[in-house]
Design a protein around this ligand. Structure first.
Ligand code: HEC
Length: 123
């Protein structure tokens, strides 16, 4: 009995935590990012759509308006590169036209968790 409870708590907690994080991330994304970024492929706003972002090469969305700086940056988006870019875009990619960052690490992690949870459509 005690073992069963420990097992459930031990296994369950990380899932609950990451689900919560993604939930916060969705809210933060709507507040901080959605004005300039859609999550649907093909829908570019001021910024490129962010569908299938993880594993995507920076500056690679067709039809999006990119700075030369980002297009020339040899970056593939993963948790680490996103974290650095979002923390301070202009420091990570000097000359980028995305100027708003997310200095708060917990908020950054939540947004990245959310972006990872959005399924990539074929694009
Ligand atoms: C005021 C508009 C604006 C806001 C708000 C904004 N961005 Fe951006 N974002 C841009 C622009 C413009 C670019 C293209 C930058 C460039 O080409 O240098 C960009 C680029 C990006 C890229 C690189 C995409 C690629 O295809 O290489 C990522 C990732 C990104 N933004 C994530 C975010 C996230 C996450 C947020 C919310 C925390 C956010 N952005 C908020 C305008 C914005």
């Amino acid at each position: 009995m005690t073992f069963a409870v420990m097992f459930v708590i031990g296994i369950g907690a990380p899932f609950v935590a990451s689900a919560q994080q993604a939930g916060d991330g969705e809210r933060l994304f709507r507040q901080r990012c959605a004005a300039c970024h859609a999550l649907e492929a093909g829908q570019n706003k001021a910024g490129p759509h962010l569908d299938g972002l993880i594993g995507r090469k920076a500056g690679s969305v067709e039809g999006a308006r990119y700075s030369r700086a980002l297009q020339g940056a040899e970056i593939t988006w993963d948790e680490q590169t996103l974290d650095g870019f979002l923390a301070n875009p202009r420091k990570a990619v000097s000359g980028t036209t995305m100027v708003v960052g997310v200095p708060n690490e917990a908020q950054r992690k939540a947004i990245i968790a959310y972006l990872k949870s959005v399924p990539a459509a074929a694009n």
